[in-house]
Write a protein that binds this ligand. Structure first.
Ligand SMILES: NC(=O)c1ccc[n+]([C@@H]2O[C@H](COP(=O)([O-])OP(=O)(O)OC[C@H]3O[C@@H](n4cnc5c(N)ncnc54)[C@H](O)[C@@H]3O)[C@@H](O)[C@H]2O)c1
Length: 321
């Protein structure tokens, strides 16, 4: 008997990779719900859709919905308005729509006859206030006290919408697991994230040309998408992860942006490029390091893809498309 899974925001980056993983298990019937505001019906998505165990609901969850009773066992809620540009340009829309999406997702969950788990993708940005007030412990555990930043600051909109989403699911009667992904990277993630953006910029830079870099000293722990999806999948099945919050990410390799670009240039065989520091002030946090002890102890995994291996795969993919 195939198990039914609903992935809300299923055409996006994490939704696509989770779908691929679930298909390999050969025991899931998967429904992807998306409005394609960000997810694309590209050739990779169209290829996925040829599988007989997938179907699609094209639906905007900010609108009124009429979702019938059903028997999805797992719901992954990945839909949200994300991205720095959205957050800076239309913060009220981010705040309102992320609430509406979560509200409708919870209504869908309440219609399920045998729902085992609702997995809500929150974010590492919930720690934004602590970062701004320089009151954040690194690595950051999930039970860190959370400070709210200036409500008039546009960046607060995303962080607050996710925190509110966490509270909505935690206060419902639904079995849930909240995940807080930290800098996931991989194939088919668009071009507006650090790693694909750097790959594209290096590719476009002429021989011996200059490349200007914002925030070279900022540090991140980048996690390869297969590792992140493995963590999310295992948590969603684990009884100890019921009604709790988990960081998702890379537990070992913290890297400065300047060293990341050196690594990517090296893999791309572009050591000729001269890196210059731009003086532009960027709003992103200077450091982000998840404490992954709870996640790794709960699902009992240890292995991770090295940044070198993950970046090599992703570079190859981006250079071929
Ligand atoms: N990728 C990361 O590193 C990361 C980090 C932190 C948090 N997250 C969270 O994980 C989730 C998934 O991330 P992602 O990178 O896959 O994002 P994504 O933007 O690629 O995927 C989200 C999907 O939701 C869909 N969507 C947006 N609004 C919708 C609406 N009104 N109705 C229906 N569908 C709608 C989009 O079209 C898109 O396909 C997001 O909620 C994000 O906040 C991701």
């Amino acid at each position: 008997m195939m198990k039914k899974v609903l992935i809300i925001g299923g055409a996006g980056f994490l939704g696509y990779h989770l779908t691929k993983k679930l298909l390999l298990k050969k025991k899931y019937k998967i429904t992807l719900l998306d409005n394609f505001s960000r997810g694309k019906k590209d050739k990779y998505f169209r290829e996925l859709m040829t599988n007989k165990n997938i179907n699609l609901i094209n639906q905007d969850l900010t609108k009124k919905i009429n979702f019938p009773e059903d028997d999805y066992l797992y719901i992954y809620q990945f839909a949200a308005i994300i991205g720095v540009q959205n957050v800076l340009k239309q913060p009220l829309k981010v705040l309102t729509n992320n609430f509406l999406i979560q509200n409708n997702s919870i209504k869908i969950a309440l219609k399920q006859l045998n729902l085992k788990r609702f997995i809500f993708a929150s974010t590492s940005e919930v720690y934004l206030g602590n970062q701004k007030y320089k009151k954040l412990k690194y690595p950051t555990p999930e039970n860190h006290k959370i400070m709210l930043y200036d409500l008039k600051n546009s960046r607060t909109s995303y962080s607050l919408s996710k925190l509110y989403g966490e509270a909505m699911i935690a206060l419902s009667d639904i079995n849930y697991t909240i995940i807080r992904p930290h800098n996931i990277y991989g194939e088919r993630m668009g071009f507006s994230h650090v790693i694909p953006e750097l790959i594209l910029r290096i590719k476009k830079t002429k021989k011996n040309g200059n490349l200007y870099l914002d925030s070279p000293q900022h540090k991140r722990c980048f996690c390869y998408v297969d590792d992140a999806i493995n963590q999310i999948y295992k948590l969603s099945k684990n009884k100890k992860a019921l009604n709790d919050v988990f960081n998702i990410g890379n537990k070992d390799e913290e890297i400065k942006i300047i060293d990341l670009i050196k690594l990517i240039s090296k893999i791309m065989n572009r050591k000729d490029i001269k890196i210059n520091y731009s003086k532009r002030e960027v709003a992103s946090p200077s450091r982000r390091v998840p404490d992954l002890n709870k996640t790794f102890n709960t699902i009992k995994i240890n292995n991770q893809t090295s940044l070198l291996k993950g970046c090599s795969k992703v570079i190859k993919w981006y250079l071929e498309i």
